[in-house]
Design a protein around this ligand. Structure first.
Ligand code: FMN
Length: 521
């Protein structure tokens, strides 16, 4: 074993003995962000330092392997070797250990849109999933974010110029186009889409797109009028006919005040899911490219997670129903995150406009009773997360025919009865049926934490994620959330975060809990 690795392992061993942390907890801390580490040790900086050293060690190892690959043949009998300094490991014929398998690599073309900043988070998440990223930025993209930030996150140089002698000699636009397993364009501007559709090649990004023989994924982002413009519609249709894959755009508020509609860059978890999905397909199609993504792998591999999401619709008559303003965004984000961590995921969703995240099994239902039946059907599970805003009441007997406004008959009187309580039912199920970790949501408008504490006890849930859904918060239907995680022993208040980040934090906590309290069967 490498001496440096031996020294680091000894350090970790001593650290675990000193703190009583489990290796799983430490592993999660090492590959994730500081917040998890801080939660583990209430901010103890020793953990952070050791975790940082692990990350630095991994990066160092990759750099060393990249450097030793320079000057060698680009393919060994054991598999492909990717370019020089950078993020991909070399698989040598002598050492076929999983750690030495080549990682999949994408070329990320960043276009000049306001959403370019989201690429920084995307790169970070891709690196966490051990995907190598080589970034190419258009001139316009550099007006929004700097190559310096992008390069710091990819750990590689960033390519910006077509007519740069150094860049061309070092890698060259044809190699950039061919040495990736997938080309991703995010944000894909109206301009880049138009250039691609018509085969233009007047800068590095468009040259690479024209010269590649690899699959292409576009993540469009633009003003809704640009997206709906007939010219863009024609260009997108041409590209789809050419076999280019699109993720998004999402529908919602735009950066420009007062603008809304289709055109938002998809959220990072959705971009990540689309990229990992396509890399899996590429790995299956090219067995010479052994990929850790061949099967969903992650800390939740072999686990089953059930998530409920969205509102329920309780019929009054064939055309009218009782509902609420839930969009299903938080539950869907949680399902996407659980999938990214390697779980088999069943998403039981009430009526919502949202598509299923890649790789998630979606069961669509209308009513609370259907939702409970679908959850029961999906059991057993390791984690049950009940994020749906289930209607508490339904009309005792829905009318078979549409109610009519009769002359002088007055308004109909509706008798309401209680719906089944899905969280209480599943949390109170017999051992073996009840998921080991049951998490409920509490949507409150006053005394949020107090109600959540009571709800946790009353329903028998392990954790409650409480949020304030008063209209002023914009949480219901919005893209951000401010939650309090209520457990048997503590209340943790998280800052205002995108729903995707709430999902990420929750799933990391749940993963950690599961690793500590249960064994895989
Ligand atoms: C503030 C600002 C924001 C912009 N946002 C977008 C956008 O989100 N999507 C888009 O297609 N174009 C957007 N544009 C226009 C592009 O930057 C412009 O078409 C540019 O030529 C695109 O270059 P590229 O495709 O080479 O990156 C924006 C321009 C400005 C000034």
């Amino acid at each position: 074993m490498h001496t440096l690795a031996r020294a680091l392992l000894a350090e970790i061993e001593a650290f675990l003995a000193e703190t009583g942390l489990t290796p799983t907890k430490f592993g999660l801390a090492a590959v994730n962000d500081g917040h998890l580490v801080a939660n583990l040790r209430k901010g103890n900086s020793v953990t952070l330092k050791t975790a940082d050293r692990v990350r630095a060690f991994i990066d160092e190892g990759e750099r060393a392997q990249g450097a030793s690959a320079t000057g060698r043949a680009r393919r060994t009998p054991a598999g492909p070797v990717h370019g020089p300094a950078g993020s991909l490991a070399l698989r040598s014929a002598e050492d076929p250990s999983p750690a030495n398998l080549p990682l999949p690599r994408i070329a990320l073309i960043i276009g000049g849109g306001i959403a370019a900043y989201k690429c920084l988070e995307l790169i970070r998440r891709l690196r966490e999933h051990r995907v190598g990223v080589r970034a190419i930025m258009t001139k316009a993209a550099q007006a929004f974010i700097t190559p310096l930030s992008v390069g710091a996150l990819t750990g590689d140089r960033v390519f910006t110029e077509l007519f740069d002698l150094n860049e061309e000699r070092e890698i060259g636009h044809i190699r950039l186009a061919r040495e990736a397993d997938l080309i991703v364009v995010a944000p894909a501007t109206a301009d880049l889409i138009a250039k691609m559709a018509h085969g233009h090649a007047d800068d590095l990004a468009s040259c690479v797109l024209l010269a590649t023989d690899k699959p292409i994924l576009l993540a469009p982002a633009m003003n809704p009028r640009m997206w709906l413009n007939p010219a863009t519609r024609r260009n997108v249709a041409l590209l789809e006919a050419d076999g280019v894959t699109l993720v998004g755009p999402a529908v919602g508020e735009m950066a420009e005040a007062g603008e809304a509609g289709p055109g938002r860059l998809s959220e990072v978890p959705d971009l990540l899911a689309a990229i990992l999905g396509l890399l899996r397909v590429a790995a299956t199609a090219a067995p010479s490219l052994p990929s850790p993504l061949g099967a969903p792998a992650g800390p939740l591999s072999g686990r089953h997670v059930i998530v409920t999401s969205g509102p329920t619709h309780e019929p009054i008559d064939p055309v009218r129903y009782i509902a609420n303003r839930s969009s299903g965004k938080q539950g869907t984000a949680i399902a996407a995150e659980a999938r990214l961590l390697g779980a088999r995921v069943t998403l039981v969703s009430g009526p919502s406009q949202l598509p299923a995240p890649a790789g998630v099994e979606l069961v669509r239902v209308e009513t609370a009773r259907e939702m409970l039946a679908a959850v029961r059907q999906a059991l057993p599970a390791d984690i049950g997360i009940f994020a749906a805003a289930v209607a508490d009441w339904r009309v005792s007997e829905a009318f078979a025919d549409k109610l009519k406004k009769g002359a002088g008959a007055g308004a109909p009187r509706l008798e309401l009865v209680e719906n089944p309580d899905i969280l209480r039912t599943i949390a109170g199920a017999a051992p073996g049926v009840r998921p080991p970790l049951v998490i409920g949501f509490a949507a409150e408008t006053t005394e949020v934490v107090e109600y959540a504490k009571n709800k946790r006890k009353a329903k028998g849930a392990d954790w409650i994620l409480a949020n304030d859904v008063s209209p002023k918060t914009g949480i219901m239907g919005g893209d951000r959330n401010t939650v309090h995680l209520v457990t048997a022993t503590e209340v943790e208040s998280w800052p205002d975060l995108p729903k995707a980040e709430v999902a990420r934090r929750l799933m990391l906590r749940a993963t950690e809990w599961l690793a500590e309290h249960t064994a895989l069967t």
